[in-house]
Design a protein around this ligand. Structure first.
Ligand SMILES: NC(=O)c1ccc[n+]([C@@H]2O[C@H](COP(=O)([O-])OP(=O)(O)OC[C@H]3O[C@@H](n4cnc5c(N)ncnc54)[C@H](O)[C@@H]3O)[C@@H](O)[C@H]2O)c1
Length: 402
């Protein structure tokens, strides 16, 4: 197994989940970390016994013995730091969402080719048998002519940084986070449904975004809450296929969902998509919330409801073909792409999927602004960059050039 030397940029909350997964992947060797918060960086270094620590990413990127970076900073910093790393010759694994706007996601997408580097975006919801099984059933025609799908998710009161105080207020800042639940959590479900639908071509989007729920100012500690708490949309794809979207991280209702896809011969209910990072990141959640598929259709003229136990099928799939482990975890998948175990034909193209997710998501916000539906071409024309170009840090002002 070839060793891949990795540096983490951003040693905050999510970096720990990544570290847990890296530690289980043969050949993955995290040798350096970078954060502008020196205290956080030092304790991260001590925890993982890593002494190559940088407060200035430019110094880290000068090294010529690092193969790849894992970008764990906030949304509007994904593009500046990922592009800087690829320009410096490193492959890049970027946290979701790909960017804070479609325009920026496009820049990152093209940077792979410009700098001839391998890019992946974290989308744990497609790296499991549930998504593959549903995708294959759609592709094999088991649902007949597919005409509608739903991407839906909510938390009752689960705004990161507000109701979940251990999360950074950057999650609700327009400048750093960019958007709320549509970009933060919706990405998992929208990407999963697009993957299952075969990533069709978007035609148009109509949508709305609300800061609807009352907020207790004491929970903000002087910060401003600047993003939506509910986003809804209806997207039309080629061939007449529609996708309705609803994503909220604070709403006064107990249950919404789950995701579904329906066709002329059958429908699928998609239960418990993975938004926690996969089996390697959280074995307990993986076993506690088994992802399941339920099929509803007609068999010999009789209505049938079939429950497919994804967890048991997952075990037998791996037993029969251990190579499928490469398709059950984001980071394992990207490593296999870097080492050549997977190539452009056999890997999941997460940058393309993330870009298509950004396109429909941004359509919701532009539709809210303009009060009408927009075509995909209009979204492409009207989307503007929100990525951070200048960042004040304790180590001076970082100017990003991308
Ligand atoms: N926290 C989660 O559970 C979770 C889950 C999935 C995805 N994510 C995604 O991960 C990203 C980070 O989230 P988080 O919760 O870890 O945030 P966080 O605030 O805990 O960590 C981000 C870190 O980036 C550092 N940083 C900022 N600018 C930097 C720079 N120029 N160079 C180096 N470091 C810099 C910050 O100091 C901070 O320590 C977000 O895009 C989020 O959507 C988070």
């Amino acid at each position: 197994m070839r060793e891949i030397r990795i540096a983490i940029i951003g040693t905050g909350l999510i970096s720990h989940r990544h570290m847990k997964v890296w530690s289980q992947i043969p050949g993955a060797n995290v040798i350096a970390g970078c954060d502008i918060d020196e205290t956080k960086l030092q304790s991260w270094g001590e925890r993982y016994d890593i002494s190559d620590l940088y407060t200035d990413y430019r110094k880290l990127l000068e090294r010529d013995d690092i193969d790849a970076v894992d970008v764990c900073v906030h949304n509007n910093l994904h593009v500046p730091l990922s592009i800087a790393a690829m320009r410096a010759g490193m492959h890049c694994y970027c946290e979701k969402p790909m960017a804070g706007s479609y325009a920026d996601a496009k820049l990152l997408y093209s940077a792979q080719e410009v700098y001839n580097r391998k890019l992946a975006v974290q989308i744990s919801s497609i790296f499991n048998l549930q998504s593959r099984m549903a995708r294959d059933m759609v592709a094999n025609g088991e649902l007949g002519h597919v005409y509608h799908a739903r991407s839906i998710g909510h938390r009752r009161l689960g705004r990161p940084g507000v109701d979940m105080q251990n999360f950074s207020p950057d999650f609700y800042s327009a400048e750093i986070g960019g958007h709320g639940p549509i970009f933060d959590l919706g990405v998992y479900r929208i990407s999963q449904m697009l993957f299952i639908m075969g990533i069709p071509k978007l035609e148009s989007v109509y949508g709305a975004a609300y800061h609807g729920i009352e907020i207790d100012e004491r929970l903000l500690h002087g910060n401003k809450y600047e993003v939506e708490d509910l986003g809804v949309g209806l997207a039309k794809y080629e061939g007449g296929l529609t996708l309705d979207i609803l994503e909220s991280w604070a709403i006064h209702i107990d249950q919404i969902g789950p995701n579904m896809i329906v066709g002329s011969k059958g429908g699928l209910k998609i239960i418990a998509p993975d938004t926690y990072g996969g089996q390697l990141s959280n074995e307990e959640l993986f076993l506690k919330n088994p992802q399941e598929l339920e099929f509803f259709g007609i068999d010999n003229g009789r209505m049938v409801d079939k429950k497919m136990n994804v967890l048991l099928n997952h075990r037998s799939e791996i037993a029969a073909n251990p190579r499928m482990a490469l398709y059950n975890d984001n980071q394992r998948h990207w490593m296999a792409y870097l080492t050549g175990e997977l190539d452009n034909e056999t890997r999941y193209d997460t940058p393309w999927l993330a870009l298509q997710t950004a396109l429909v998501s941004e359509g919701i916000f532009l539709s809210q602004q303009l009060g009408r539906s927009l075509t995909a071409e209009e979204i492409d024309d009207l989307s503007t960059s929100t990525a951070v170009r200048k960042q004040e840090t304790p180590w001076g002002v970082f100017e990003y050039d991308f």
